[in-house]
Design a protein around this ligand. Structure first.
Ligand code: ADP
Length: 397
């Protein structure tokens, strides 16, 4: 069976086609600037040259129509007909408390996705638009939703509740959810394979460090805790998000900078983090370069970034009462040699010792811990699309 994986953002559609007989990727691509003048589609078929198509597309349905045309194109497509696709898997950011696993999409599932618009206003609306566009164009195959929040639903109330009046949980479901779940799921399972132990016997700390970043602590095959919370704003320092701060700063700055709630939301999500602190960029490569060239604020941003992560490592090792491995993944985790080295520096009291020579590697599945390190340090490239394809295939079968 072939499975189409779709990740629809507010103005983009990412897709991949998997052949589930061997889990190979037949083609992948990205439609960028959907609904904005200058739409492009970059299509990368396996074993053929990439194709770039420029054509303005007003909405997600037109975007998906073009994707389907490209997928069955005689010259650069990867199938003869869309009938070869047995199921479609959709990335959905927020599933609230209703979904601890992937599900076949029906009206009830769509209602839950819609009910979460309030708490995931940037992600769930375009996710649902992508689902509805695909359902319209492929009405006869199962569509599956794979939620970023699902893997973290094993957290117990002791870790997912905020110390707020209880009725805001009952009324508005204000609690911690966690995100990047498919990535934490994928890399933690690969880590158990690398440890050569059953998943349920492992104590794992995963570090998904991309532009958005989160960590998770996994024990007994379950997520115990994760750093993102009610929204992806909580936790680590990110490209443009502040991560954890004293919440009183929000009221203080709303008054001082004369911001309303939506401006404040934008300020802490889009103008803060590495970008706000360094004044250089949200891209960690730029910050590393600037710090190397002597830019003090870039170095400060890095120091704050590293310290926050180190704090979470200690926090999670305490909660797990031990740790078999740290796992670095996503853009920074997979490629940031200096970043990994700085994070793991001076953690030998926790049994964490990196081999600096082994760590000089990018984007490979490898153990970079010193031989005498009690905790293994793995780099594992993430593969969220493969998790979506597997779940979709499993449910469609
Ligand atoms: P997202 O999916 O959240 O947009 P990615 O997982 O693609 O993000 O990660 C993007 C981040 O990875 C950027 O901040 C980029 O600077 C960083 N990155 C990529 N390559 C390197 C590298 N060689 N060293 C350090 N950071 C890197």
């Amino acid at each position: 069976m072939k499975v189409l994986v779709v990740n629809a953002g507010s103005s983009s559609i990412k897709y991949q086609v998997f052949d589930m007989t061997d889990e190979s990727v037949l083609a992948k691509g990205l439609v960028d600037r959907v609904g904005i003048p200058g739409t492009t589609l970059k299509h990368e078929p396996a074993g053929k040259d990439d194709v770039l198509i420029k054509k303005d597309l007003p909405n997600h349905t037109e975007g998906m129509k073009l994707v389907l045309e490209v997928l069955i194109n005689e010259e650069y497509g990867c199938m003869k007909s869309m009938d070869e696709v047995g199921a479609v898997g959709h990335r959905v950011v927020h599933g609230g408390e209703d979904f601890a696993a992937s599900v076949v999409i029906n009206d009830k599932v769509k209602k839950v996705i819609r009910d979460c618009f309030d708490v995931a206003p940037l992600h769930n609306p375009p996710n649902l638009m992508g689902i509805e566009a695909c359902q319209e164009l492929m009405p006869n195959v199962p569509h599956v939703a794979v939620f970023d929040t699902a893997f973290h639903q094993t957290m117990t109330a002791g870790n997912f509740m905020y110390a707020l009046p209880y009725d805001v949980y009952e009324k508005y479901k204000v609690r911690r959810y966690g995100f990047h779940g498919t990535s934490h799921f994928y890399v933690s399972h690969r880590a158990a394979d690398m440890l050569g132990k059953p998943y349920a016997d492992c104590k794992i700390v995963t570090l998904h460090l991309g532009n958005g970043a989160s960590m998770a602590a996994i024990k007994d095959g379950r997520v115990i805790d994760t750093s993102m919370g009610f929204t992806p704003l909580e936790g680590l320092v990110m490209g443009t998000r502040s991560g954890d701060i004293d919440p009183a700063i929000v009221f203080f700055l709303m008054e001082k900078l004369n911001m309303d709630a939506s401006e404040a939301n934008n300020y802490f999500n889009k103008k803060s983090g590495l970008l706000g602190l360094s004044g250089v960029s949200n891209d960690l490569r730029d910050i590393l370069e600037a710090a190397d060239a002597g830019n003090e604020r870039a170095q400060l941003a890095l120091d704050v970034y590293y310290n926050k992560i180190k704090g979470y490592i200690g926090n999670y090792i305490a909660k797990l009462n031990g740790c078999d491995c740290l796992v670095f993944t996503a853009g920074v985790g997979e490629n940031g040699i200096d970043v990994r080295e700085n994070i793991c520096k001076d953690l030998d009291a926790l049994g964490i010792k990196m081999d600096a020579a082994k760590n000089k590697v990018r984007g490979k599945e490898v153990d970079v811990a010193a031989d005498d390190s009690k905790v293994r340090i793995f780099i594992i490239p993430t593969n969220e699309e493969l998790v979506i394809a597997r779940d979709t295939y499993g449910l469609a079968k």
